[in-house]
Design a protein around this ligand. Structure first.
Ligand code: BG6
Length: 471
């Protein structure tokens, strides 16, 4: 659609930025915090772990002041479950709660809307030892934990997110890191875990509506569009297979409270269908989101499966993420898009398409909770970080967001990844995303000084102009 006249971004558009607790906070065992599963992962030789990360736990006031200088209207962060409930459930750790209270109050004092993710990959290790998400008791633990946060902060937090990228945890568990010994759960186990997460999510959404008057809550799924490699009808079926299994199957349960029919048939056929407790169908129906959050990085291009092992390949530049599945889809190349240095497809138009599809499907407002480019940003001798590639990446995505708004999509805001440099899921500080550089290496903590990148000034001007820059 080419429009004759474009409407602007809405005046209350939430220009924001994101982080997650374990990737930014550090202080991994301080003030009563217990280890989470990510603290216990194997780290590739020489790669930063999460013990100090960006030391946000000790420097959050300085960081929030920088976010305010950037002009952020929203800041999306996650709460470390292990800080608030070190035993996973039961007794609350007052120091953990106090940290988040201070963070939220500092944000509000600067007029920044907190957007709080309840759970971003960092399940308490103590719960993992009891079976983690395979154990139904984790559902109750998650609901109890969410209740603690709703009671503590429901009066000042309006936007909540349930679980970050459940689809990544289930479909690409290695993307988050490798457990010691390297064994990832079998698919059957993962889909049972996924079902428990879906029930937990529905219960938490219902609880939020009971406990937080005016509060809004939604899922945060890594959402994208799949292109078919050719106009061969079987390529189209394969692209639809994978888009459904990877994205809609998770969002359909969150929004409609029932499994997607194609996804359910797949699970049944492969012997992967989860066991459901008698009350689960009603529980899934009882909790509904107010908005949908999407993390968008790339699109993928898909060809028909050949039905054998040749369908499976490692994602370019990343041996921990396998793509393709016999009988479902095969990953293909797209000659019309660019790639980052890490092999991630760069496709701003794909964001417009994904926003359209998501809105058409659910008719709920959408918040973009992640989008960004990972790069080995370098601090120059003159103290600058010239991340023009990041400016270019975001400028092109912002243009497409405006087109999506003009397409009729109700887009609440944009929280790119990341507000400040964080530890990448498994590539340490070699791969950075922030507007603010953190002066540390993989092992050498240096002075952890905060330095504004060139993209900081660009985003600041963009926010001040409510997205009108360069137009
Ligand atoms: C998202 C996650 O999938 O991608 C983040 O929610 C993550 O936690 C981000 O950091 C970028 O991925 P990576 O592997 O480059 O850190």
């Amino acid at each position: 659609m080419i429009y004759q006249r474009l409407n602007d971004f809405p005046a209350d558009f939430l220009w924001g930025a994101s982080t997650s607790a374990y990737q930014v906070e550090g202080a991994w065992d301080e003030d009563g915090k217990s280890p989470s599963i990510v603290d216990m992962l194997d780290h590739p030789q020489g790669t930063a772990d999460f013990q100090v990360a960006s030391d946000h736990y000790h420097r959050f006031r300085e960081d929030v002041a920088l976010f305010a200088e950037l002009g952020l209207k929203a800041y999306r962060f996650s709460v470390a479950w292990t800080r608030v409930l070190p035993a996973g459930t039961g007794e609350v750790n007052p120091a953990g709660l106090a940290f988040y209270r201070q963070l939220i109050d500092a944000l509000l004092a600067h007029g920044i809307e907190p957007v709080v993710t309840l759970y971003h990959f960092d399940l308490p290790y103590v719960l993992e030892q009891q079976g983690g998400w395979s154990n139904r008791a984790t559902i109750d633990a998650f609901v109890a934990y969410a209740g603690v946060l709703f009671d503590a902060f429901g009066d000042r937090v309006k936007y909540w997110l349930t679980i970050n990228e459940q689809n990544t945890m289930i479909l690409h568990p290695g993307a988050i890191g490798m457990p010691k010994g390297g064994a990832l759960p079998a698919k059957r186990v993962l889909y049972q875990q996924s079902h428990h997460m879906l029930v937990a999510q529905a219960r938490v959404m219902a609880l939020c509506h009971q406990r937080c008057p005016g509060g809004k809550i939604g899922p945060a799924i890594n959402t994208t569009s799949m292109y078919q490699e050719t106009c061969h009808p079987l390529d189209a079926i394969a692209a639809h297979n994978w888009e459904t299994l990877r994205c809609w199957s998770f969002l359909d349960v969150a929004v409609h409270g029932r499994y997607n029919p194609l996804a359910w048939r797949y699970l049944q056929d492969r012997g992967l269908a989860p066991e459901m407790a008698p009350a689960d169908a009603a529980l899934l129906q009882a909790g509904k989101p107010d908005y949908v959050a999407i993390n968008y990085y790339s699109t993928a291009t898909i060809a028909a499966s050949r039905g054998d092992g040749s369908d499976v390949s490692a994602r370019a530049g990343d041996q921990q993420i396998m793509l393709g599945e016999p009988g479902v889809y095969r990953a293909a190349e797209n000659p019309f898009v660019g790639k980052t240095r890490y092999g991630w497809v760069i496709d701003p138009v794909g964001l417009r398409l994904t926003l359209r599809k998501t809105y058409e499907r659910y008719h709920l407002p959408i918040l973009i909770t992640e989008n960004g480019i990972g790069a080995p940003d370098e601090l120059q001798a003159d103290g600058t970080i010239d991340d023009d590639y990041r400016i270019e990446f975001m400028r092109r995505h912002v243009e497409q967001m405006l087109l999506a708004i003009n397409d009729g999509v109700d887009l609440l805001g944009y929280c790119p990844w990341a507000a400040i440099d964080v530890v990448s899921t498994h590539q340490g500080y070699a791969k950075r995303y922030g507007f603010i550089y953190v002066n540390r290496g993989e092992q050498d903590l240096k002075d952890l000084r905060r330095i504004r990148k060139r993209s900081f000034g660009w985003y600041q001007r963009l926010i001040a102009a409510n997205g009108r820059l360069d137009r």
